[in-house]
Design a protein around this ligand. Structure first.
Ligand code: ADP
Ligand code: MG
Length: 294
């Protein structure tokens, strides 16, 4: 969850390159470094304050959200449960650094770095032994992180991503088209198995790729659905997609897909759960029909 929130912030900051570094499945250390627009020195403490966000300023903005974040909860929560260090620069001329322990932001110091922001998270749950017990093994944590990273790789193929752990680079992905990014991740053998999907109608548009029967798998894990570039889990949409394959697939077979649905933010509600993975649509049947047609 920490990595998801930090990478979302980096994307919201307009970054073209994001680096994620973990040690011991993120338990010993997490570093997320970007080249986005940074935070002004006088706003660093504010960013770690509960419910502080720069992404909405009026209630009605909730209807037109284009950013991944808007609840202003991530940095404050992370600052409360770890030792966090932030270094940030809005113009690469002046850079600032602060540490956050038990939610308290230290004095802001001058620092040196190019434009962008780095957040280092260590000593996770040090003062929360009851929570610490729920961290899984480093191996399982790394698997979970890699899974989340794949969603970002595919929702933002134009962004350069470097993802590594202490011992090695796991992914180094250059800016690419969506098709190129899919091949970078799943291998060039997918090239001839991808079918492009691209359609637009009234308030909706969809683009991406679905796999043909050569890359059907016996288990789930290669289904990537985004709404306005945000990873979403929607039983309804998954069901609609599986149904389109229903005469072709056998029970227990799952097709590959990477699809991004663009919908006007006023036509759905993402503020159902803090994780923002659940979604409520205003006109569910219309979306279903649109997907079926596509
Ligand atoms: P939210 O993303 O919901 O606004 P967060 O707690 O994740 O809340 O972040 C708080 C604020 O800190 C953001 O609104 C943004 O202004 C700033 N911020 C966080 N991370 C970054 C970053 N990587 N680059 C620039 N600004 C950032
Ligand atoms: Mg955020």
């Amino acid at each position: 969850s920490i990595i998801k929130e930090l990478v979302e912030n980096s994307i919201d900051a307009g970054s073209t390159k994001i680096e994620v570094f973990i040690e011991n499945g993120g338990i010993d250390s997490i570093i997320v470094k970007d080249n986005g627009f940074g935070i002004k020195s006088e706003q660093i403490s504010l960013a770690f304050t509960k419910h502080a966000t720069s992404k909405i300023s009026e209630l009605k903005d909730l209807d037109s959200i284009q950013t991944l974040g808007f609840r202003g909860e991530a940095l404050t929560s992370i600052g409360n449960i770890s030792h966090t260090t932030i270094s940030t620069s809005t113009d690469s001329e002046e850079a600032y650094e602060a540490t956050i322990k038990e939610g308290k932001v230290s004095k802001i110091k001058l620092s040196v770095r190019p434009r962008g922001t780095s957040i280092i998270v260590k000593k996770l749950f040090e003062n929360f032994p009851a929570r610490k017990k729920f961290i899984k093994s480093p191996e399982s944590e790394q698997i979970a992180i890699t899974k989340i990273m794949k969603y970002f790789f595919l929702s933002h193929p134009e962004i350069v991503f470097i993802y590594s752990n202490k011992n090695k680079k796991i992914y180094h992905l250059n800016s690419n088209t969506l098709e190129g990014r899919i091949l970078d991740i799943f291998g060039s053998s997918y090239k001839d198995s991808l079918v492009e999907v691209s359609k637009e109608k009234e308030n909706y548009s969809i683009n991406g790729y679905i796999g043909n029967l050569d890359i059907v798998k016996k288990r789930t894990g290669e289904q990537f659905l985004f709404i306005n570039k945000r990873f979403i889990s929607s039983k309804m949409i998954n069901h609609t997609i599986y149904r389109s394959y229903s005469n072709l697939l056998q029970r227990g077979e799952y097709p590959f897909f990477v699809l991004n649905l663009n919908i006007d933010p006023s036509l759905f509600d993402i503020n159902v759960h803090p994780s923002k993975k659940e979604i409520r649509f205003k006109e569910e049947w219309k979306i279903n029909q649109f997907l079926k047609d596509s």
